[in-house]
Design a protein around this ligand. Structure first.
Ligand SMILES: C[S@@+](CC[C@H](N)C(=O)[O-])C[C@H]1O[C@@H](n2cnc3c(N)ncnc32)[C@H](O)[C@@H]1O
Ligand SMILES: [Zn+2]
Length: 130
């Protein structure tokens, strides 16, 4: 259903290889489950290389896709995304926010609460800082 390819937004991205219906659970955001304190430490290290891998799961825990992650870690951010995140029983599902056409890049809104070090390139003229 999906494949990793070069993205116009940033580096690698994930693309639909077939049409995907609205609300489909496309892929789960896999990785190591760690505490938020540990994730803050790791994020500082990752961000120096321009990466964001840790996904905040709850107020106490996060998933670090830099360790044991799957293709979901290559999904880029967009301010007008075609996917959304749905957390069920500790699993972070990436789901289709609308019908997605074959060949479209998958995106979701990261809702980052970091230092805003990355300029968003989701569309021309975007002023968001990730
Ligand atoms: C979870 S990774 C996504 C995969 C990434 N493109 C790669 O090649 O490894 C998140 C990183 O991708 C980049 N990224 C994702 N969405 C972006 C966007 N809308 N604008 C600029 N950079 C973005 C940033 O460098 C961010 O740290
Ligand atoms: Zn944007």
């Amino acid at each position: 259903m999906i494949v990793k390819r070069h993205s116009k937004i940033a580096g690698w991205g994930v693309f639909a290889t077939q049409a995907i219906n609205k609300n489909t659970r496309i892929v789960d955001y896999a990785g190591e489950r760690i505490t938020n304190a540990e994730s803050l430490k790791r994020e500082r290290r990752y961000i120096r290389r321009g990466h964001i891998w840790c996904f905040k799961l709850t107020n106490r825990t996060a998933i670090d896709a830099g360790v044991g992650g799957n293709v979901a870690r290559f999904i880029n951010h967009s301010c007008s995304p075609n996917c959304y995140v749905h957390i069920v029983d500790g699993v972070i599902w990436i789901r289709a926010a609308r019908k997605i056409r074959r060949g479209e890049e998958l995106t979701y809104n990261y809702h980052t609460d970091g230092e805003g070090l990355i300029e968003c390139r989701c569309c021309q003229g975007c002023k968001t800082l990730l």
